[in-house]
Design a protein. Structure first.
Length: 270
């Protein structure tokens, strides 16, 4: 499922390609030893994926690096569960308003702060967007991907591999959207199921392949979704780290923040 990166309101990298899982394989994965040494408990894909989604979602904070094909459309996202807050730095199209091609946003308490050098004496401007200000997206696609995999009969354990030097169990399944739309089990609640299916269908997809790597501590270390959409092959990769170790996210100092009106006025000034 791809998503547009909007400098004002949305911050997600556009989806696109990957198929590069081989670079993550550990020594045992390539020669078949990983499968031979695998414990029966870890081959129960549904149980492992649901436990991983629950444990990852309960973390106080973590970092997500999201990329598209070949490392394009890179976003670095920090997620904080309580109070809901995010920091998102994304590569965007260079423009007069954003000459360095980097969009830097911080969301906390229903307010989103956007980094800027266009307002004299200020380094941020604010927008009141309500709610958690992008927290679900900075949290990544763990609930959707794990739930969709757990709801799909084709999902299976692939091998023991390494992600960032850490041993992980690799799971993969082909999710047929028509079938997932009719799923009513406990792996994926109805609202999340419908939102996921609708988003993928809007991209012209009929099915997607989801890969997920789960560490031995049941924390998700990486995920990848691949599908053929109306614009061709689309892939979104996410890698997770710094569980519980992200520094507390706080709002910028009040004196450094311009209002939305001040930002717009500064844009109009020659």
């Amino acid at each position: 499922m791809t998503a547009a990166v909007g400098a004002a309101l949305t911050m997600m990298a556009a989806g696109c390609g990957g198929g590069d899982g081989g670079s993550d394989r550990g020594d045992d994965a390539g020669n078949g030893k990983g499968r031979a040494n695998k414990s029966d408990a870890r081959t129960d894909a549904r149980a492992v994926l649901l436990a991983a989604a629950k444990k990852t979602g309960a973390q106080a904070s973590y970092k997500t690096v999201q990329t598209g094909q070949g490392g394009s459309d890179r976003s670095e996202m920090l997620y904080q569960r309580k109070p809901a807050a995010t920091v998102i730095k994304a590569e965007v199209t260079k423009s007069a308003a954003n000459p360095d091609g980097i969009s830097h946003m911080l969301s906390l308490g229903g307010t989103t702060y956007v980094k800027t050098d266009k307002v004299p004496g200020k380094s941020w401007y604010s927008m009141d967007v309500g709610g958690g200000g992008g927290a679900p997206r900075a949290a990544g696609y763990v609930p959707e991907f794990a739930g969709a995999l757990a709801a799909t009969k084709s999902t299976k354990w692939i091998a023991e591999e390494k992600i960032g030097g850490r041993p992980a169990d690799h799971y993969r399944g082909t999710v047929v959207l028509r079938e997932l739309a009719e799923y009513t089990g406990a792996a994926l609640d109805e609202d999340l199921r419908d939102a996921y299916v609708e988003g993928a269908r809007k991209q012209g997809m009929k099915s997607v392949v989801i890969d997920m790597w789960v560490g031995k501590d049941d924390l998700v270390l990486k995920s990848r979704e691949t599908g053929e959409g109306s614009k061709g092959r689309e892939v979104i990769n996410e890698e997770y780290s710094q569980f519980g170790a992200v520094p507390k996210i706080a709002a910028p100092a009040p004196g450094s923040v311009a209002t939305w009106d001040e930002f717009i006025s500064a844009q109009a000034t020659p």
